[in-house]
Design a protein around this ligand. Sequence first.
Ligand SMILES: Nc1ncnc2c1ncn2[C@@H]1O[C@H](COP(=O)(O)OP(=O)(O)OP(=O)(O)O)[C@@H](O)[C@H]1O
Ligand SMILES: [Mg+2]
Length: 308
Amino acid sequence: MDLLVIGDANPDVLVFGAPATPAYGQSETLVEQGVLALGGSAAIVAHGAARLGLQVGLAAMVGRDAAGDFVLDALKSAGVDISACVRHESLPTALTLCLNQAGGDRAILTAPGCLAAFGPEHVPAVAARHVHAASYFLQPRLAAGLPEVFRTVRARGATTSLDTNDDPSGTWKLSEDLVEQCTFVLPNQAEAVALTGAVDPLPVLAAAGTLPVVKAGRDGCVALSGGERITARPPVAEPVDTVGAGDSFDAGFLAGWLRNGDLRAALALGAAAGALSTRGAGGVATQPTWAEATDLAQRVEITSTQSA
Ligand SMILES: Nc1ncnc2c1ncn2[C@@H]1O[C@H](COP(=O)(O)OP(=O)(O)OP(=O)(O)O)[C@@H](O)[C@H]1O
Ligand SMILES: [Mg+2]
């Protein structure tokens, strides 16, 4: 297996054209469009990686309900190995409602369901070349055991990455010594600032022992490697929907890096995969194939500067 992804999987219910504040009082409001899509950062990464041609497995927990069936069917049809997905007998599958506004901003309402029950004991000891963990703050039991999981993975020569995503509690506290167990940390700009408390989070994360890659929406991403700041900027395109763009970026970045360990090529492929995923509604519908991603990656602008 090339990649094992650990983390959240749930249906996303996406609503487009919702009012900024929905009317209460039992009133029914008509909106432009509603889409049911595979969601959960880990599920979107696994789906994207499979689409890019990687041999990928997902370790996740869903309930024994229709939402869980939907998630597992979508992953299986995409070629993701779901043999490490477990079903909680009584708690429901997580569910997310995304209210999208024109211009790309959105409110995300998540019922975590069984995510709180998912823990390190559910992560199988498979011989994957790389292990990626997603949505750290939604899975406190997994989070507590993640440094040890990653230490074991690295002891057998594999590499690791973490995309924390948002922290609904606003605490932003990672377990001690987790960052040094991450080959890559892949937050977006706001998350990186919140995690480090620094205006410039890259040096702080690098000093903690990882190679940080910080995502920046339409501006692409910036990485700090050996004192060199490398940016990758995709060509300008008007997005249809940016849900899951960061997760599709992760899939592209990891696929690129696992190909030959070339960081610049991986950043370009990540930026291309993220940008291409914004062509359609939901996180997975327009994730690119390897040919599509490498084609756009050639037009991603790479620049670099040596940090002081
Ligand atoms: N408006 C856009 N135009 C072009 N590319 C975009 C746009 N938004 C995102 N991308 C691409 O997607 C990548 C990840 O985007 P972003 O910074 O939004 O991540 P994120 O906040 O982690 O996303 P997510 O909401 O999925 O967690 C960017 O690096 C870029 O390549
Ligand atoms: Mg993200």
